[in-house]
Structure formats: C-alpha cells, structure tokens
Write a protein that binds this ligand. Structure first.
Ligand SMILES: [Ca+2]
Ligand SMILES: [Ca+2]
Ligand SMILES: [Ca+2]
Length: 813
C-alpha cells in the first residue's frame, strides 16, 4: 500500500511542509482541504448517537468522518449508549486537544488526546483505571466513515486490496442478550424473535495499516496503529449505520492504552469550488434577482459574472454582465453577490462565474404556479394515518394500526414521550376505543404528535379561510379507509385534510376526556420502522396470556406486545389549543360534515371550560388565549410570532385595528431588512440541532401577510427572500430544499419513511442547513439519514402550504 500512496503523492505537485495541521482560532486542526474537529460537537442525551459528534473530519468541504470516541459496541446504533463529555482542554503549546468522557452507567472514564503531527493527527486513549470487567473486550475506540462517500471506493489493509460495498453484505454472528451493553433507557432496538440473542457484525477486514479511497484523492485517508484495526459495516444492523473502524481497548491496562495515526490526504493547493446560490424554481420577470456566491476563504473573488441566455437553437449568448459585490465573511466562507435584476426577458438562463457555470433556470411569469402542488397532492395524503394510500400502480401503505391504541403505562419513553403517574380513565395497557381514525404521521416516523396535528389543521384552516383553494386531486373515503392520489372526488382536498385531522383530535377528546400528548410506538424495535406503515404492528390485539409471537385460535389476538400506546397525561394548555382549532374547524366543516362540526364544537366548549378551570387551579393567572391576544404588545424577541398573531386577526377586525397595528408592521419592516446585514442570505438562519426551516417559513409567512395587508410598508420585493432560500440560494449547495414542482434541481434524498431507498416523498421540505459547531453548515444530498437536515414534518410541510399559497397569491396578483 505504501507504494500506491507514494505514487499518488508523486503524481501531484509537491507544495512543501508548510501545509501542516495547525490548531486554528476556532479550536480545530486545519490545513487546506482538511479540518479535524475534536468534540466541537458533543453526543446528545435526548437521541443518543445522532452521527454528528465526537472526533469529526471535514474533508475537502464534506464532513465524511464522525463518531470518534470510546464506544461499547462494534457498530453503535442511534440508541446505543454515548459517552458524556466531562471536560475538553485545548493545549496550543502541544498542538493538542484532550477530552475526558464518561459512561455513568458503567462508572467508566477515559480520555482521548488528539495531537497534530505534521499532516497527520495522533489519537490516543488514556485510562486511569482499567476497563470495567463488564466491558472488557467490548469497549473500544471507534471512528465512523460516511457510507455514501466511501462505498464503491477501494481500500487497502496491510497491502490486501478490496472495495467497500454499495450495500451491506458482510457477515454477522449472534450472541446472548446478556452480553449486549445496555441501550437507551434499557430499551432494545431489535426484535430477537424469542431467541434471546442479538446480532453482532463481523469485521470486513482487520490489520494495522488501512488506507480508504486509494482511488479518490478527495476522500483518501490512512490510519495505522500497533493495535489491531477492525473495519465494520454498520449498515448490517441499521440502514443509517456508517463504516466503522475500531480497536478494542486492552484489558487490565492503564495509561496510554491505544494510539492511532490518522492522515487525511489533502489535494495540494485545494480551493473549494464556488457555490452559486440562486432560485432553482427560477424568477418572475419583475422580481429582484440576486445570486449569492459562496467562496473558499482562500479564493479570490472575480470582478464580474455573466447571465447567459440559451437561444432556441441551443447555443447561448450573454444577456447581462455585471459587477460582483462583496458581502464579506460569514462563518467559514466568504460571500459575494451578483445582481441581475435588470434582466426581465423570459427565457432559459444560466450564471457564469469564472469557470463555474450554474445549471439552467427559467425567467418566466409562471415559474411559481405549481410550488405547492406536490406537497398538497402527494406528500400530505401519503401521511394520512389509518388509511390505505394508493397511487396509480403503487401502494404507499396499507391501513396501519388496526388493533387500535392501548393506554400507556407510566413511563419515561423514547422520542421525548412520557406518561405521568396516573392514567385517568383507562388502566395501563387497556384498549382505548376509537383512536385509530384520522390523523397524520408525524414525520419520518409514524406517531401522531397531537400538538403537530393541531398545527396541521390550523395551517389548513388558515389556508382555506384566506385563499379557498378548490384543488381536488385526491380521493378520500373515510368509509372505505382509502385514499387514491390523482383521483378527484368532487371535494376540495384541503377540506378533506381538515376533516381527517379533526377526526383523530375529536376522538381523543371524546374517548380520553382530554387531549393525549401523543399516540406512539410502545417498543423501540418497531419505532425505527422503514417500510409499509401497515406492517409496524401485527394488526392483532395484544394478549399477555399468549406467548410472544403466538396467535390465538380465533386469529384476533397475539402475544406480541407491539400495539401502539396513547400517552395521555393531561396538559390543559394543549387542551386549550385543541379547543381553538375545534372552534375554527366547526366553522369550516359546517355544510360539509355537519356531524363532525357539531362534535368539534361540543369538545371545544367543554375543553375550554375545563382547561381554564384547571389552569386557574394551578395558579396560572393568564391563560394561553389571553396571552395570544396581547402577545404582539411584547418586545422584539417574539417579533415574528407577534406580527403573525396581529395579522391573523385582521379579517375579523375593522380599519381602526389596522391603524393600531401599523406601528408594529413598520417595526417589522425594519426587522426584515436588518437580516441583510446579519448574513448574506437575508433570512433568519438557525443554529440548532434541527435546522431552521420552521423559523424561515414562519418568517416568510409573516412577511407575506404583512405585504398583503400593508403593501406600502412591506414591499413586494421582500417576499422573495424565503423563496430564494428554500429553492436554492443558501450555503453548502444550491439545491432546492423542497422536493417541489418547478425546481430544476431539487434535493434528491430526504429523511422520509422511504429513506432506506435513498429516495424522497414528493413535496417534502427539508429542515435545511444543519449547523455543526463551530463554523460548518451542512445538508447532505447523498445521505438521507440525518433528520436534523433532511426530515420533513407534517407541521412544517403544512406550514409550507400556507407560505406557498400566500406567496402565489401575491405573485399572481
Ligand atoms: Ca415523532
Ligand atoms: Ca378530493
Ligand atoms: Ca398487535
């Protein structure tokens, strides 16, 4: 292998020793093309291993390595234990970072020290006390490689050659459950089918010197150690697993127990290709058109860029040439802008910036006409729960959860759910009748989050009352429990979506007496389900008198505890929210489904009364309704929410009210403009572990509404900010975050329930750019499994429907 490596090194220009890894001001190791981060991002307690933490490597702009830490299994899954970071020390003199980590569950402490050594880093593990008996032979140092960047690449281990597989097909063994390190809160990610054994992958290769991607300089990386290195395929256990390299920590040893030398190859003089951000859906002729170009900090900006027009014969001509204006640095990159607003002639165009050419896009009056169609016609109906959903020749899913929902016993559950001490009306594990109707899957998972479902119905009601979209492309039969896409049935789809949401919410109120917090999976081993939702549970009532996997003689009950649970701890604020949506739904459904409208109104009145009393009893003087009414009086911090609340009331109020809220809208207009100085893209950008699309959409909806009611205060030009961001004008890449109709280049993978197929559900909206500390924005388009950047939620996607509907309404005026 050494020969191969040196051949490659000789084949490219040699730059000299100046390019050594150095600790930079952001506290990570850096050289051109290589960033080595050491616990800039810690493991998360709420979801455990999110594949975003520990030692990470950003290799020629792509974060291809993460998870570097002491771990307790060969290929850790999301719900396996993660170490807590106890301390992190940066030593500039020694050019090193030391992290102390701890597993409380095993009273196990370790330290990892990463030291720059020329172009490589040394990673060493130190122990003050030996590995605990229980973990001897299980605890090891692991590091993980992004499959989509390493599959089909060659590797070499001690001179033996191979190629990493596109699909997981290595080998496994089974071991007794008693040998499995504890998982999240004692739950199990796997269904062992009564064998009492868990699956453990075997290594693909073992050795002392490994080089990955010998055939691709951007990805090539070498690791050597005196300890045995084992290479695993984490996808053997879980589709979201990564390639794992690990060394087992030795037994009975203390001090420096392990050392690896890791050298990511860097292309000499590498400079990242400019990322030309623009709207992949295109532009209407009279809107502002400004591309934001993201540049490597070592790149020299061009003086000008061109807008090229494709002629009918396929050749192109320059339509416009204009100056490049500097915006300046924002986190790790530098930003410039190219304004081609003066080009109004409809046509097919591309941007030429230096040697970088964008893909083609349209300037045309009609580019935005269909931006919500995929979301309303495809994404939303596919997420209708308790229905069979068909599309042409394809079944998206059968009817899920036919056996209904059991009362959750008191529990501290996964997915942030819990059930309090008491269970009110039903005994733990008693069947609550009537809940398996209506409602929408939460997101990439299949639970009904009551709060989100309330938002969904609210979003649809707002869209309906303001714009009355008559679009009918979906057949919905509650009687047949059947949905057929692209089959009109004479009823506007939005009304049917409102009805479907209310059916579940009203049933909760009727059956339980108040709202459940969520209807969700009882066992972790079916929570991560990927496939037909109808097969998450067996459709048979759980009967604990039967053995697991046993079915009763009448075929109606089984001993498999897979039935879903209703988490019912009463939350009067949620009840008040539900009461609000029931009142609006009663108004909308009247004349379409009078019976449901009446049921909704009955529950609204009861819940409002009871919840208000409960809140008063709990000494909370202000109820949520009062809070909402005067929320806009508060300061700047809740600006967007306050503006939206004020604007939502406009249809019910008079001119005096418009006058009253005008100063708020004037302040809001300044607030909107101020984003131009905060970042190059002019929208709020989130830095949390769920990227910021919901915040961006809220901002966009508020801007749209403000323009609709106060066009002289918030001008039409402002409404394009969020559209630009969503459709491609953002950091990292320039793909549309929305799998939308009209986009030339939408994202190709999303974290939908078909993510194992590296696919998407049309109309989905990705959370967008995930911020990784200290300075990296990311949105993978070849790896769907990080929900913080690629999942779409039912609340977020219906928010997008309002955004898109109000946006189209303004544009087409
Ligand atoms: Ca969920
Ligand atoms: Ca319909
Ligand atoms: Ca069942």
């Amino acid at each position: 292998m050494k020969n191969l490596l040196s051949l490659l090194l000789l084949a490219v220009p040699f730059i000299g020793n100046a390019q050594e890894l150095k600790l930079n001001d952001c506290e990570y190791f850096e050289r051109k093309g290589v960033n080595v981060l050491v616990f800039s991002n810690n493991f998360n307690g709420g979801f455990n291993d999110e594949k975003n933490s520990g030692i990470e490597i950003i290799h020629h702009g792509v974060r291809t390595v993460q998870g570097g830490a002491v771990r307790l299994s060969n290929t850790p899954e999301q719900w396996d234990l993660v170490p807590k970071t106890v301390s992190r020390k940066v030593d500039r003199e020694k050019n090193s970072i030391e992290v102390s980590m701890r597993y409380d569950e095993y009273d196990f402490d370790s330290r990892v020290v990463v030291t720059a050594r020329g172009k490589a880093v040394e990673i060493s593990v130190w122990l003050d006390k030996p590995v605990p008996e229980k973990l001897a032979g299980e605890a090891g140092f692991n590091i993980e490689f992004l499959p989509s960047q390493y599959w089909l690449k060659t590797y070499s281990v001690d001179g033996r050659l191979g190629r990493l597989p596109r699909y997981a097909t290595s080998q496994t063994v089974t071991r007794p459950n008693s040998e499995k390190p504890r998982q999240f809160k004692g739950f199990k990610t796997y269904d062992d089918r009564g064998t009492n054994r868990f699956v453990d992958p075997l290594p693909i290769e073992t050795g002392h010197q490994l080089t990955l991607a010998t055939d691709q300089p951007e990805r090539m990386i070498s690791i050597s150690s005196d300890s045995e290195l084992k290479l695993y395929d984490g996808r053997m256990l879980a589709q979201n697993g990564w390639f794992v390299l690990r060394s087992i920590l030795p037994k009975d040893k203390t001090g420096k127990v392990l050392s690896w030398t890791v050298e990511p190859y860097a292309i000499p003089g590498w400079i990242r290709e400019p990322n030309i951000g623009f709207s992949q859906v295109g532009y209407i002729p009279d809107q502002p058109k400004v591309a934001v170009i993201e540049l490597d900090k070592n790149d020299t900006p061009q003086a000008t860029a061109s807008l090229m027009r494709i002629k009918p014969d396929g050749t192109s001509e320059q339509a416009f040439s204009g100056a490049i204006n500097s915006w300046g640095p924002y986190y790790k990159y530098n930003y410039v802008k190219f304004d081609f607003s003066s080009v109004r002639q409809p046509g097919i165009y591309y941007i030429q910036y230096g040697k970088t050419r964008s893909n083609d896009f349209l300037i045309d009056e009609h580019v935005y006409d269909k931006i919500t169609d995929a979301t309303t016609d495809v994404w939303v109906p596919i997420h209708m729960n308790h229905m069979y959903v068909n599309e042409g020749y394809r079944t998206w899913h059968g009817e899920p959860f036919k056996e209904g929902y059991l009362q959750a016993p008191p529990s501290d559950h996964f997915d942030l759910h819990s059930q309090g001490e008491s269970t009110d009306k039903y005994k733990p594990l008693e069947l609550i009748p009537g809940l398996n109707i209506g409602g929408f899957f939460d997101a990439g998972d299949f639970d009904i989050e009551t709060g989100s479902n309330i938002n969904v119905v609210q979003n649809f009601i707002r869209t309906w009352e303001l714009f009355h979209p008559q679009r009918d492309e979906t057949f919905v039969s509650q009687q047949q429990r059947y949905v057929d896409l692209h089959r009109p049935d004479g009823v506007p789809d939005i009304l049917q979506f409102i009805e479907h949401g209310i059916l579940n919410l009203v049933s909760q109120a009727e059956q339980i007496g108040h709202m459940a917090s969520t209807l969700s999976n009882s066992v972790l081993d079916n929570y991560h389900h990927l496939g037909d939702a109808a097969s998450i549970t067996d459709g048979l009532h759980y009967d604990p008198s039967l053995r697991p996997y046993e079915v009763s003689a009448d075929g109606k009950r089984s001993g498999t505890p897979d039935d879903m649970w209703a988490f019912t701890t009463r939350n009067p604020r949620l009840d008040l929210q539900a009461a609000g949506v029931f009142t609006s739904a009663a108004r909308v459904l009247k004349g379409y489904n009078d019976d449901l409208a009446k049921r909704a109104q009955t529950q609204a009145d009861r819940l409002r009364k009871e919840a208000t009393e409960l809140l008063a009893k709990r000494n909370i003087r202000r109820n949520a309704q009062a809070e909402a009414d005067d929320a806009w009086l508060y300061g700047d911090a809740n600006m967007v929410r306050n503006v939206q609340t004020a604007l939502d009331s406009v249809p019910m109020k008079d001119n005096a009210y418009l006058k009253q809220i005008r100063p708020l809208i004037v302040k809001f207009a300044e607030y909107v403009k101020n984003f131009d100085t905060q970042n190059p893209y002019g929208v709020p950008i989130g830095l949390g572990n769920w990227a910021g699309v919901n915040m961006v959409l809220n901002f966009g909806i508020a801007v749209n509404y403000a323009h609709i009611y106060f066009p002289d205060v918030v001008s039409k030009d402002e409404i394009y900010r969020v559209a630009n961001w969503l459709y491609g004008c953002h950091p990292y890449h320039n793909y549309s975050f929305v799998a939308v109709v009209g986009a030339a280049r939408p994202k190709q993978v999303f974290y939908g329930n078909n993510r194992a197929d590296f696919s998407f559900i049309p109309g989905n909206v990705a959370p967008g750019l995930l911020f990784r500390q200290p300075d990296h924005f990311e949105n993978y388009d070849d790896w769907p499994f990080l929900w913080g950047q690629n999942e779409g939620t039912i609340a977020g996607n219906t928010q997008y429907v309002i955004f898109g509907s109000s946006f189209k309404n303004i544009v087409t005026k």
